[in-house]
Design a binder for this molecule. Structure first.
Ligand code: SF4
Length: 490
């Protein structure tokens, strides 16, 4: 349960109460002196996993106010954007869609429009003033009060911004899940104290604050017991800093979560190499449930670029971590983030990144060109690199990495992997199911019969062919929806 001190805190205002019509079965929600009939919310999320998780949390809250999600803008009564300030592309897409919503609002008079996330945190006030069709904006630290904000708009009080920081001593929330997925994201830490010179996050998400370990363990235990969750991803901007202020660590937390019956896989993201401790590396070897995949952002292979980025480690230190991780867990699969063309990056510095890719042998990478963000320290550096050079370097990095991962994937052929199946689709006219292995590789297989529903089933598959980007497989065994660790206990 969310405590009185945490992010989940709401004021002493009215609460949602459901009334079901005994004849039609229709649900109406009463909050204060307002009645909320069934309504639809259309949400658009930009950016990182944290934002997608926040959007799920917002949607789960809005269910209490009788809103269900729709993919059709025309059906919407409420439009919400969850914004990202990290990259130009997301930012530009958001502004263009916000402009288009003006027409939707003209068509549908009562349409309510709000924005949340990182852009709203820093620019919410100006945006509400500038865009007449925008009703409200809310920052990253107040998402659990979304129903109060929507209530306020329906009560006739629009054009407001709430972007205050939660100042309570501990970060305390309860995870909310909606839908039938056995996977859940569990926030364990928020904010970031690192201040990498290119990154806006410390300004949009605030200082690091962790949930207490006992609260996270109780939260996950309940998710497993009552909500059918079998896989959790521990989430934060820098999860490796988890618990510092409380004398707790991520390694300690994983060790406790490992004991929960019915929990099959534990993942965590995102990591900062500086805070990867020997204890955490050891847990990769000893934990039965910790995923055999780790995403560890390196950003560059050049010591001088890393210094300009204020990343607080060298390429040698980073490669040493990979070596230790592979020694602790020989099956571990590693991935990373790369920024191409950081401010004034030289040819030699770019080459150092290509060299690091060779040494690290990542399974996959996310790569982006450097994009200047206002308010960051790097925005004040004089930058002589052209966008063309940045683009060329990005393409070189991606082509180089594709060759590496193609080779790695070839070694998977003939091996059997367990995967959790999440969706089906049409690939070249053939129906295939798609799932993710423990080590986070995506596999596709053709079902034995087109009518068989494998959604959220655990399956064993053997890899029959692979490219740099995908693995094709054959079904070996369908284990059904119950966590394999529980099945083995029979
Ligand atoms: S560690 Fe660096 S890149 Fe990651 S969120 Fe913090 S400041 Fe940004």
């Amino acid at each position: 349960m969310a405590t009185a001190s945490g992010l989940g805190t709401r004021g002493n205002g009215p609460r949602e109460q459901s009334i079901i019509d005994p004849i039609t079965g229709e649900r109406t929600v009463v909050m204060g002196d307002l009645t909320f009939p069934p309504r639809k919310v259309w949400m658009k999320t930009f950016g990182c996993q944290m934002n997608y998780h926040d959007s799920d949390r917002i949607a789960a809250h809005l269910q209490d106010l009788n809103f269900t999600k729709t993919e059709e803008l025309d059906e919407a009564d409420l439009v919400l954007f969850n914004t990202c300030a990290v990259r130009d592309l997301s930012n530009n897409k958001f502004y263009s869609q916000l402009g288009e919503i003006k027409h939707a609002k003209k068509k549908k008079g009562g349409l309510v429009v709000g924005i949340g996330g990182c852009v709203a945190q820093t620019e919410g006030k100006e945006l509400v003033k500038k865009y007449k069709h925008l009703d409200f904006a809310f920052g990253t630290d107040v998402i659990d009060t979304i129903n109060d904000m929507v209530f306020r708009v329906y009560a006739g009080d629009s054009k407001f911004t709430i972007n205050s920081w939660d100042r309570s001593e501990n970060f305390s929330i309860e995870t909310k899940v909606s839908g039938d997925s056995p996977q859940a994201f569990v926030n364990i830490i928020k904010g970031c104290n690192k201040y990498c010179t290119y990154c806006i996050v410390p300004y949009t998400r605030g200082k690091e604050r962790s949930r207490l370990m006992a609260e996270v363990v109780e939260d996950v235990t309940k998710l497993v017991k009552y909500q059918g969750i079998q896989e959790v991803t521990l989430l934060g901007q820098n999860v490796n800093s988890y618990g510092k202020e409380n004398g707790e660590t991520l390694a300690m937390l994983i060790t406790e979560l490992d004991k929960i019956d019915g929990l099959e896989i534990i993942r965590y993201t995102t990591s900062h190499p500086y805070d990867v401790s020997d204890d955490l590396i050891a847990v990769h070897g000893t934990s039965k449930k910790l995923s055999k995949h780790l995403h560890l952002p390196v950003q560059s292979g050049s010591a001088t670029v890393l210094e300009r980025m204020h990343r607080e480690y060298t390429p040698e230190h980073y490669l040493g971590l990979l070596q230790k991780l592979r020694a602790a867990q020989p099956e571990i699969v590693l991935s990373t983030d790369i920024i191409a063309g950081f401010v004034n990056e030289t040819d030699e510095e770019h080459q150092a990144t290509l060299d690091l890719l060779d040494k690290a042998q990542f399974d996959f990478i996310y790569s982006y060109v450097y994009s200047k963000r206002n308010k960051t320290r790097a925005a004040n550096f004089e930058d002589l690199l052209s966008d063309d050079v940045r683009g060329t370097r990005l393409r070189e990095i991606q082509a180089h990495q594709l060759k590496i991962q193609d080779k790695i994937h070839q070694t998977m052929i003939g091996k059997t992997y367990r995967a959790l199946i999440d969706s089906d689709g049409n690939m070249g006219g053939i129906k295939k199911w798609k799932g993710r292995t423990n080590c986070n590789r995506i596999v596709h297989f053709i079902p034995e019969s087109v009518d068989t529903d494998y959604k959220w089933h655990w399956v064993d598959v053997v890899i029959t062919s692979a490219t740099a980007l995908s693995c094709q497989a054959e079904l070996v065994a369908d284990l059904g929806r119950i966590a394999p660790s529980l099945q083995n206990k029979n």
